[in-house]
Design a binder for this molecule. Sequence first.
Ligand SMILES: Nc1nc(=O)c2c([nH]1)NC[C@@H]1CN(c3ccc(C(=O)N[C@@H](CCC(=O)O)C(=O)O)cc3)C=[N+]21
Length: 294
Amino acid sequence: MAASIIDGKVIAADLRAQVAGEVTRMKRDHGLTPGLAVVLVGNDPASEVYVRSKHKQTQAAGMASFEHMLPADVVQADVLALIAELNADAAVHGILVQLPLPKGLDTEAIIAAIDPAKDVDGLHPYNAGRLAGGLSALSPCTPLGCIILTKSVHSSLEGLDAIVIGRSNLVGRPLVQLLLNENATVTIAHSRSRNLPELCRRADLVYAAVGKAEMVRGDWLKPGATVIDVGITRVPTTDGKTRLIGDVAFDEAMQVAGAVTPVPGGVGQMTVACLLVNTLRAACAISGLPAPTV
Ligand SMILES: Nc1nc(=O)c2c([nH]1)NC[C@@H]1CN(c3ccc(C(=O)N[C@@H](CCC(=O)O)C(=O)O)cc3)C=[N+]21
């Protein structure tokens, strides 16, 4: 029997609708409009696409969206000055600096300059440390989305065997922490792991986040496994356009797995929706309001 497809579009739309409802209530009851500032340096076309989609969806949810486009040759001090301005701006509750930054900029120092209370990407060492310590924290959006997609299949992750392939600061590492919080048993695999197919075959939950197109094959999967594909590789097609492919060989996985996320239409959709959730949470925390139910 073919696996079911986990529809990230539908789940993300539902989440965005919940966020919009909360925003309406916050405006009405507290006169507060959550605001998100996105900083884009240079003109990487893929980044421009994501930033546009963040801008549109932020506004559609009733939030304020502030876009800051800086030239690729901007100097470190000017980026830090902008961050300081956004930290001090009461209309801004969330700050996201689109990564990767052009060479010549010190990414670590720029992220560290963001007020942790406004760090909706969950990348500041303060938030990463709190998450690793099992404390409440703003957590990275893609891993949050992965957990929500998983829970659309499994109401509880307790005791399930999960494998996270990839250990980036933006996805793999925080995803491991969120899975531990859900009481899953977690294996962390990466480019140096031995016997990856074998490790993978033990897992009930497979998270592919390495950025290698179609690396995870059908025969790497335990029958019935839930497969969450975080990869996005843009490849040219014969008609001169491009298309996105994930880290999982989708057609093969569909023959073995129980449920699979598509690319596009899976994790990517959730990333932006969770950014709105984080902005809402940050706005509540900064304003002394109770945490939203979303
Ligand atoms: N500081 C930072 N935080 C990020 O979260 C961050 C980042 N930098 N840099 C780039 C990556 C990439 N990323 C995506 C967001 C949405 C889709 C998305 O909406 N994807 C659609 C398709 C979009 C398309 O067709 O191009 C989908 O999968 O259905 C994908 C990828 C966030 N990132």
